[in-house]
Design a protein around this ligand. Sequence first.
Ligand code: SF4
Ligand code: SF4
Length: 347
Amino acid sequence: MKNIEQFRYVTGVGFDKLVSRLIEDYTVYGTIKKDGFPAFSKISDAGELELAQTPTHLSAKEFLFPQRETLLKFDIRNNIHEAVIEAKEQVIVGLHPCDIRAIALMDRVFSEGRPDANYLARRNKTVIIGSDCMPDNYCFCKSMGTMTVEEGFDLFLHKIKKGYLVRVGTKKGERLLSKYTVTLKPTAGRLRELDEFNKIREASFTAKLDASPEELPSIYAGAYESPVWDKIGAICTGCGSCNNVCPTCYCFDVKDEVEPNLSEGKRVRVWDGCTLEDFAKVAGGHNFRKTRAERLRHRFNRKFRYLSDRFGELFCVGCGRCSRTCLVKINIAEVTNEIIRESHRRR
Ligand code: SF4
Ligand code: SF4
């Protein structure tokens, strides 16, 4: 149940003031309407922000883990090499609960073992402001246990008829709120409004998984030889879009780009994706996952099994982005349900 102490009330005008003042002091990214769809973008005016209830096609991971970034600059002749870490004070507004859960997973990936200086520098300078959502036909976060968040954000916005209920997640969030706008104690009526919204939201899910998140690693372990992989492998185009849009896909390639003087250059990292043909290709031309079926099996197992073995958490937050974007309609929830049904038949 709600911790009422965590809530503040901000009027619509007060909210615009908060966003305007944040823009003065930070680089602010938030959701706008782009070609009729919600999309994350840099905001330079509070009026541009349109908090979206349905998910954006692309996740917000690029603001913490850019699609392409320079890690190192070098000059071989002069024996110079210097690390490049580009991080600025930034705010991301409009992250849905699944997106906030995804950032928590990325935090683990980039901080456990060998900490990633570039990601962590950016992450430490980032303010996370969440907002409410409403599922579309692809969202299955309710089945993944990621439909709500209690942590991982500095502030969380609940739009109500008049103004916003704002949940405070951190001291930093509290400081920003009191520095940049005026807040009031929420009335019981306004909190009831939120309860009503939450009930409607919870009843609105159409996509669901037919097993609990805890069951999925063993179900996937038993599905290695499933005919499902050949079936979806036969239609997959290997475009890699599912990797690109996924908020928890973090694989990258590192390349050196050398200037024509053959001395200066830079080391860059770019997103890579396990559904791309060259991902598992090694020197000599051998490919550890030659077929699209093998590559999709690998991707699905990473989400529901392999990374759970390593981190103790599933790496799918049920945002539905990979299904939403797939041109040949490979739907991760439907594929998983097919695998679940097969496992029931094997019992
Ligand atoms: S988006 Fe669809 S077609 Fe493209 S690689 Fe992923 S599963 Fe295959
Ligand atoms: S695997 Fe698909 S549904 Fe799961 S988090 Fe990634 S994009 Fe979202």
